[in-house]
Design a protein around this ligand. Structure first.
Ligand code: AMP
Length: 116
């Protein structure tokens, strides 16, 4: 079993977070250090450490992440102008929290995808 992170505590409401959506498969909350006017993290309630650890049985849950992302983009008013969804993996991807999560960033022009 992968080690729990602070995100498991957020899912269980053991520590506070600005939760904007939750259901039996997914929790979404505002990033504590926002990089854009809208910066939400969407995470599976099941602890999957990294994108490398995704299993065939996670397919529906991870597809659901996109459904929730589209709903939240609409709710946040960023859907039409556009936004960016990011999943970082391990060291080169810049992953800091080892509970798979999708960043939803929007509310301004985000610039080039990668810093050069
Ligand atoms: P990553 O680099 O993809 O692993 O992103 C981790 C993200 O989690 C960063 O953007 C952090 O700002 C965010 N983060 C870390 N701790 C918390 C927390 N307690 N509540 C909300 N966001 C957090």
């Amino acid at each position: 079993m992968p080690e729990e992170t602070i995100f498991s505590k957020i899912i269980r409401k053991e520590i506070p977070a600005d939760i904007v959506y939750e259901d039996d498969r997914v929790t979404a909350f505002r990033d504590i250090n926002p990089q854009a006017p809208t910066h939400i993290l969407i995470i599976p309630n099941k602890l999957i450490a990294t994108a490398n650890d995704v299993q065939p049985e996670d397919e529906q849950t991870l597809g659901h992440l996109f459904i929730v992302a589209a709903k939240l983009a609409h709710d946040e008013g960023v859907a039409d102008d556009g936004y960016r969804l990011i999943v970082n993996c391990n060291k080169h991807g810049g992953q800091e929290v080892f509970h798979l999560h999708m960043h939803l960033l929007g509310g301004r022009k985000l610039g080039p995808m990668l810093s050069r």
